[in-house]
Design a protein around this ligand. Structure first.
Ligand code: WT7
Length: 651
């Protein structure tokens, strides 16, 4: 991974000349952004329209006990007005959203900025009629359909705070999130078609709402027209109401620091936390990163394959692209339906210029062979991107050669739910890429690599340690919903004065960054973040389970798989049927993305004499790395390790 061994891929001269940012400009802008952050961001903030201009740029304190992050605080703006209304004079008839349905034989929709305005205003008026106002919370539990974007923007328009729950989450997970933010309304759909199957979203919502206050209302969008049950007085029919709802709606002037949305994400302990993003800073950051990282230019068609249930969908399907007046593709389906050519067919069909996806999808499609790619004309592609996990060189090379035809820079964007937008990435016209490296910090981002135990800042290159950020940036999360103390403890306690990312990283001899993965008990499964503690608590909630420990292990397609060690209650039988039952149990408790890949029966777990589970050892066994188990003599019963090694599960 050092600069002497890594092959680099430079942008062509034509690409560099035409790009928003070339190498010189990056160096200059990056230096300026650190030398005078307020000056830099004052200028960048002009890319959004302000109702009331701000006077102060930033007011930030990273000191534990006093953490407070403010950007453009006395300014007022509205995100929906920035993503829609301000484009109407010049782009009313331009396509804002290309909607590509799950089934390729169904018709795609081209939603213009004018349509987006009408759809958003109707949704906003319906929400207002349901009693939603400024500061109220709305949970969105939807398929990838245009109404999901209308719902997000409708909340933004009237000043409500949305919290999107990925449609793959279970009723229990949905209920926890509805209750967690005391939502007034849940917006859902009858069904969510995906890969030819339809998830009964309304039925899931019905189950979830049994565990919520009976004042919570449910607004239901028709997607398939399939059967649902209806609770009079609680459920509202969006399609009926939108027939008569007005298609104009007042824009609520919001303070820059008012929350725009909450998004729950997994941490290393306990329940998922509600990450809170701001209105002004978030929008400025999403818009700038979208334009710069993807070198987005007027008229380009941009496709981010994420779901709006994840932050990637928030920032790079909806807010960033629409703030920039872009044409953004919204895809309802999956990469392998009806077959592994789907992504490439869609690229050809809609003449996609920038394509942004996850390494796990690339690996899965690479495994299906090149024939699925060959039938598609991919000449419209100019920039490729990846997000969510480190990309292995083999997948990078396939993406570069087979998809990009060797012409398209690949931006490996490292960021997090918490960061709102990209924190490190190569820029397509500026940097010579190295497969697997997130390369360079974005403007305003000051990464530091620390020695994990002493917290000493490692100067010079190369260096390896934990990754922290010494600066604030406008897209940074502001707090954990309802628990500011948890916010401070999670991100500002371990390494005082810095934002702690939870990731490890290497800085090579050239000063380029390589993310090495999480250093906490968070694992990354197919680019989705999963707290091992969450899976453990789901497992021990099963009546037959006494104890469980969950770790990640290398998985060829998913990046990491979920490896569970389970001890049963005395007298229970260790059977394959029970394994299958536990797998199903976790899917129901959390959702299919948390489904255990391997469950090893563990009559005993390696514990210290004080009873603490030694996860380090469990991780090594799961990784099949027995040679370096390290010292096990401090264990209460060292023999359990031999048993676990002997009975390790094979994938
Ligand atoms: C974690 C954040 C941000 C959108 C998707 C995931 C890992 C993310 C990369 C990358 C290596 C990456 C990190 C990070 N990660 N992008 N390009 N290279 N690792 O968001 O669910 O908040 O997860 O994903 O470990 O901390 P998230």
């Amino acid at each position: 991974m050092s600069s002497t061994t890594a092959k680099t891929y430079s942008p062509s001269k034509a690409m560099a000349d035409a790009a928003h940012v070339n190498a010189d400009r990056y160096d200059r802008m990056y230096a300026d952004s650190l030398a005078d952050p307020d000056g830099f961001w004052r200028e960048q903030a002009a890319r959004v329209d302000w109702i009331t201009p701000f006077t102060e740029v930033s007011d930030v304190d990273f000191t534990l006990g006093n953490v407070s992050i403010n950007w453009f605080a006395d300014g007022q703006l509205n995100v929906a007005a920035n993503c829609i209304d301000r484009h109407l004079a010049t782009r009313a008839d331009q396509t804002a959203i290309i909607w590509e349905p799950d089934s390729p034989t169904d018709e795609a929709l081209h939603i213009t900025y004018r349509d987006l305005h009408a759809g958003t205003c109707k949704m906003a008026n319906i929400l207002k009629d349901l009693g939603v106002g400024r500061g109220d919370r709305v949970v969105i539990y939807m398929p990838m359909i245009p109404e999901a974007a209308f719902a997000m923007l409708a909340c933004a328009r009237i000043g409500a705070i949305h919290s999107i729950v990925f449609a793959g989450f279970s009723p229990d997970a949905l209920a926890a999130r509805v209750n967690g933010c005391e939502a007034k309304v849940v917006i859902t759909a009858d069904y969510a078609p995906r890969g030819g199957k339809a998830t009964p979203l309304k039925t899931n919502a019905d189950q979830a709402l049994l565990h919520c206050k009976d004042t919570v209302k449910c607004l239901v969008v028709k997607r398939t027209g399939g059967q649902t049950t209806w609770t009079e007085g609680r459920d509202y029919d969006y399609n009926a109401l939108s027939k008569t709802a007005a298609d104009t709606c007042h824009v609520e002037p919001m303070n820059a620091e008012d929350p725009l949305f909450i998004l729950y994400t997994s941490g290393s302990t306990g329940q998922p936390k509600g990450v809170v993003h701001s209105t002004g800073g978030y929008l400025v950051y999403a818009a700038l990163t979208h334009e710069t990282t993807f070198d987005y230019k007027d008229g380009d068609v941009f496709w981010c394959t994420a779901d709006v249930g994840w932050v990637t969908g928030h920032s790079y399907i909806v807010y960033g692209p629409l703030a920039n007046g872009a044409t953004t593709v919204m895809f309802e389906g999956v990469p392998t339906y009806p077959d592994a050519s789907r992504f490439w067919q869609v690229c050809e069909k809609h003449k996609v210029n920038q394509f942004y996806t996850a390494p796990t999808a690339i690996r899965a499609l690479m495994g299906q062979g090149d024939d699925f790619v060959k039938g598609a004309d991919l000449s419209s592609l100019r920039i490729l991107g990846t997000v969510g996990e480190p990309i292995n060189p083999e997948a990078w090379n396939w993406y570069n050669d087979v998809i990009g035809g060797g012409r398209c820079p690949i931006v490996d964007t490292w960021w997090q739910t918490e960061t709102g937008g990209h924190l490190m990435t190569p820029l397509p016209g500026a940097h010579a890429m190295k497969p697997g490296s997130a390369m360079k910090p974005f403007f305003g981002i000051k990464p530091v690599v620390l020695e994990p135990t002493t917290a000493e800042v490692l100067e010079g290159n190369p260096a390896e340690g934990v990754l922290c950020i010494a600066s604030s940036w406008p897209g940074q999360m502001r707090t954990v919903w309802g628990d500011h103390e948890r916010f401070e403890k999670t991100y500002f306690a371990d390494y005082p004065g810095y934002y702690f990312t939870g990731d490890g990283c290497k800085r090579d001899a050239d000063g380029d960054y390589w993310i090495t993965g999480r250093v906490d008990d968070v694992i990354n499964v197919s680019g989705h973040r999963m707290g091992t503690a969450e899976v453990e608590s789901a497992l021990v909630a099963h009546p037959k389970v006494a104890e469980a420990a969950v770790v990640g292990y290398p998985h060829a397609i998913k990046g990491q798989g979920i490896y569970c060690y389970v001890t049963l209650m005395g007298g229970e039988e260790y059977t394959d049927e029970l394994r299958a039952e536990l797998r199903k149990w976790v899917r129901t408790e959390i959702g299919p993305i948390a489904s255990p890949d391997l469950i090893q029966w563990a009559p005993g777990l390696p514990k210290t004499r004080s009873g603490k589970i030694m996860r380090r050892i469990l991780r090594k066994i799961a990784e099949n790395d027995h040679a370096t188990l390290g010292d096990t003599s401090t264990l209460a019963d060292p023999s359990v390790v031999d048993d676990l090694v002997k009975n390790r599960m094979n994938s």
